[in-house]
Design a protein around this ligand. Structure first.
Ligand code: ADP
Length: 381
């Protein structure tokens, strides 16, 4: 029986051709759940040949518990008209010939003719989409984790710095109080003890801070040749996910000899993400949003590459520029103000520098330098 014959009750002429060209699987079953037709995409997705499926119950393409329940489901639908899927479409699981269970989107249509009902199912295999999504989620999670760790480090360093001074001052005052109390006429031994205890506690706090600083300063850095093109791709994906619908023009200019830097890929990515996010946030109210990423050899330092990220956003006040990179400086209601200070720590740890300028035509440019991965690029010369 050929396709036209099997579906002769259908009004659509050329159904055969349509089915064959669909990238989604299309399967037609009758009211007993028997497969009457499956297109080539369906053969690929489920791993069967059409001949092996035609005449079989559709349940063969489903994992349990759907497999055992499906006949009852069709019967119930035909008797009552109730439906859980027809005309709605949803995500279910399919089962391939090799037993693999996979996620798929299923849309089902019903075609009733002369008492004999046919159902057409359109199946989209979601396996690849899920894998890509999982890889993206894992990358994003790792990045968020690292940026939190970096933010904590940065805060830790700032707190350590801020607290050291009052601790040192308190120690001085206690020492002086001890001397004074020893000289006082009403010399009370308990007073001397109390001051000793206070000094011990104070020194303990100072020790903790000192240890915290050595811990923070030790971050592991993995140095390798890093391809800026890859880092920028990943950074744009991570930073722009929430800007997807907005109109944003991205201009990338990576001069060929400036494509490879020597550094820690994840850390460099963090600098890009911080700067790209800031640029996008600054452009929230800009009518046309334009992000420019530019990398070229640093004309002042032959062994460095200079990267600039410019926007046409709210711009920078000259007076503010000096403090931007200090921890906890933020103009945003929910901003932590550590992004730029983390970026500065990372760039400095790579031997580079970072600075900001206000663009003459509005907006801001953040630039930083990183060491050239020279040996890898110029071997031939
Ligand atoms: P946060 O983004 O949490 O505020 P950052 O350290 O990343 O912390 O940035 C500090 C401040 O620098 C921001 O609050 C903002 O005022 C300013 N800033 C950073 N990037 C830009 C930019 N591209 N355009 C205008 N202002 C910016």
């Amino acid at each position: 029986m050929d396709m036209e014959e099997m579906t002769s009750s259908l009004p659509t002429s050329g159904l055969n051709a349509v089915m064959n060209t669909l990238v989604d699987a299309a399967i037609i079953i009758d009211s007993d759940g028997m497969i009457r037709l499956i297109n080539p995409a369906g053969e690929d997705i489920f791993g069967y040949r059409a001949d092996d499926l035609i005449g079989q119950n559709i349940a063969i393409l489903m994992p349990e518990p759907y497999r055992s329940e499906h006949d009852d489901y069709i019967r119930h639908h035909l008797e009552t008209g109730e439906t859980r899927i027809i005309g709605i479409g949803r995500e279910v699981e399919g089962r391939r010939n090799n037993g693999e269970v996979f996620p798929m989107h299923l849309a089902v249509g019903e075609m009733g003719r002369n008492g004999s009902t046919l159902f057409v199912g359109i199946v989209r295999d979601l396996t690849e989409e899920r894998e890509t999504q999982a890889a993206f989620d894992a990358l994003q999670l790792r990045h968020f984790h690292l940026s939190r760790v970096a933010a904590m480090n940065e805060m830790g360093t700032a707190i350590a710095h801020e607290i050291n001074q009052p601790l040192a001052a308190t120690a001085n005052y206690i020492e002086t109080a001890k001397i004074l109390s020893a000289q006082a006429e009403s010399n009370d031994e308990r007073m001397a003890d109390m001051l000793d205890y206070a000094l011990q506690q104070n020194n303990r706090a100072a020790d903790i801070i000192a240890r915290m600083r050595t811990f923070i300063e030790r971050g592991d850095v993995i140095l390798e040749t890093v391809d800026l093109d890859d880092v920028i791709d990943a950074s744009l994906m991570l930073s722009l996910s929430k800007y997807r619908e907005t109109e944003l023009e991205i201009v990338r200019r990576i001069a060929a000899p400036s494509r490879y830097v020597h550094g820690d890929a994840v850390q460099i990515q963090q600098v890009f993400v911080n700067l790209i996010r800031n640029a996008c946030e600054a452009m929230t109210d800009s009518e046309t949003k334009r992000l420019m990423i530019d990398a070229r050899n640093d004309k002042d330092h032959a062994d460095m590459i200079r990267i600039s990220i410019s926007d046409n956003g709210s711009g920078l006040e000259e007076e503010a520029i000096a403090n931007l990179f200090t921890a906890f400086t933020s103009t945003k209601s929910t901003g932590l103000g550590v992004g730029l200070s983390i970026s500065r720590s990372i760039v400095r740890a790579h031997g580079g520098r970072i600075w900001a300028t206000a663009n003459a035509e509005g907006g801001a440019t953040f630039s930083f330098t990183l060491p050239h991965a020279r040996t890898d690029v110029h071997d031939a010369s």
